[in-house]
Design a protein around this ligand. Structure first.
Ligand code: NAD
Ligand code: IPM
Ligand code: MN
Length: 379
């Protein structure tokens, strides 16, 4: 008899609705494991606002070492109104993405049964492939109130260390801020290659790049040049859309889009837009994928406005767990979870749907209903 498969998953509930939706995603993943014949052993980590305010600790190096020995990381959301914006988001979430060189942020935007779309389209099936380690997310910048403005910076990525300085002289003296965006050829090539592989898996031979070279020619002109060349090598046609016009067309006619490749910052914005278009942030799943530890988290944040009310829709976290199951090699379990979400949405009484869709089912009841459907198989 072969031994039962066991996966070790690190888990950070995080802040606000994070722990609430991660609890349901875990419950559904465990149900899928029971049906498919594997176990999940969770290792819980307390990082987030509560832990930081109590201990002053954000994310210790020792935890990064421990995460590395796991099969994946499941994360809820990070960020709390009691902590200055950026401290935890950069110190935990971005730190994890950069440390593990999770260069792909995969964010599918797929409409679901009976979830109304706010746009004129019968369905939406778009995947955002967001570069996840560079662009304006390098945290290179500074502020100054003086005439001569010099910032020294250092940044580390898996493939390179970056050191440098920027000096500016204002005449007369001005208070000012600067933030630098970086794009490397290797960084653009690897994410473009990934986007091409996503297109091919969908039997498509086109990718749209969200760009803005008309205004930011250095960085996005470079993106266009390199990504077109790389896509060409994979037999994929890459067309460029200015991100402003792209947002317009996404709202007017989302049906004409498939795979959208984006630099980091545009990807952040376009993925929330698409979450809205496809039915709601509570349904939008995400994966941060690299060659080492990958991390799975919904597109949404900690939603402090609805924390502890039962209004949080756990579907996004549950579908993120499905992406995780597929990533660790349990494709059948992933499909069982996705099928269960669809049948739950298609067949439930209106009152048994999440608050986000006008129903009355609290977060835990939604998770329970989906887990039960996973156990039963599709009806
Ligand atoms: P948000 O995504 O938390 O919320 C935006 C809106 O969507 C809110 O009205 C919220 O109630 C609603 N919403 C979000 N998730 C929902 C769900 N599952 N079900 C129903 N409604 C949902 O964005 P925000 O308000 O800008 O950010 C709140 C905090 O989260 C900030 O601290 C921010 O930095 C952080 N944040 C973290 C992540 C992450 O950890 N990946 C992502 C985005 C924002
Ligand atoms: C996301 C979030 C993060 C990002 C923030 C919290 C740093 O908005 O995952 O979309 O900008 O990537
Ligand atoms: Mn975002």
């Amino acid at each position: 008899m072969t031994a039962k498969r066991t996966y070790r998953i690190a888990r950070i509930g995080g802040d606000g609705i994070g722990p609430e939706v991660v609890a349901q995603a875990s419950r559904v993943a465990e149900a899928a494991g029971r049906v498919s014949g594997f176990d999940i052993v969770w290792t819980d980590y307390p990082f987030g606002a509560g832990h930081y305010l109590k201990t002053g600790e954000i994310l210790p190096e020792s935890a990064l070492d421990e995460f590395a020995s796991h099969d994946a990381l499941l994360l809820g959301a990070i960020g709390d109104p009691a902590v200055k914006p950026g401290v935890l988001e950069q110190g935990i979430l971005l730190k994890l993405r950069f440390h593990f060189d999770q260069y792909v942020n995969l964010r599918p935007a797929k409409s679901l049964p009976r979830v109304p779309l706010p746009v004129k389209a019968d369905s939406v099936d778009i995947v955002v492939v967001r570069e996840n380690t560079e662009d304006f997310y390098m945290n290179i910048g500074g502020t100054s109130g003086g005439k001569n403005f010099r910032i020294d910076f250092e940044a580390t990525r898996k493939a390179y260390d970056l050191k440098g300085s920027v000096s500016l002289a204002f005449e007369p003296a001005y208070r000012a801020a600067v933030q630098l965006g970086i794009a490397t050829e290797a960084g653009i090539r690897r994410i473009t290659e990934y986007a091409c592989s996503v297109a091919k898996a969908r039997n498509e031979d086109k990718v749209v790049l969200a760009s803005k070279s008309n205004a930011l020619s250095w960085i996005y002109g470079f993106w266009e040049e390199i990504s077109k060349d790389e896509a060409g090598r994979h037999g994929v046609e890459l067309t460029v859309a200015n991100v402003d016009a792209l947002c317009y067309h996404l709202v007017r006619d989302p049906g004409r889009f498939g795979v959208i490749l984006t630099p980091n910052m545009f990807g952040d914005i376009v993925s929330d837009l698409l979450a809205g278009i496809a039915g709601g942030l509570g349904t939008a799943a995400g994966a941060n994928i690299g060659d080492g530890l990958s991390m799975f988290e919904p597109v949404h944040g900690s939603a402090p406005d609805i924390a502890k009310t039962g209004k949080a829709n756990p579907v996004a976290a549950i579908l993120s767990a499905a992406l995780m199951l597929r990533h660790i090699g349990e494709a059948q379990a992933a499909e069982a979870v996705e099928d269960a979400v669809e049948s739950y949405l298609a067949e439930s009484e209106h009152a048994d749907l999440p608050w986000e869709f006008g129903g009355k089912a609290p977060t835990s009841e939604v998770g329970k209903a989906i887990a039960e459907r996973v156990k039963k198989g599709r009806s």
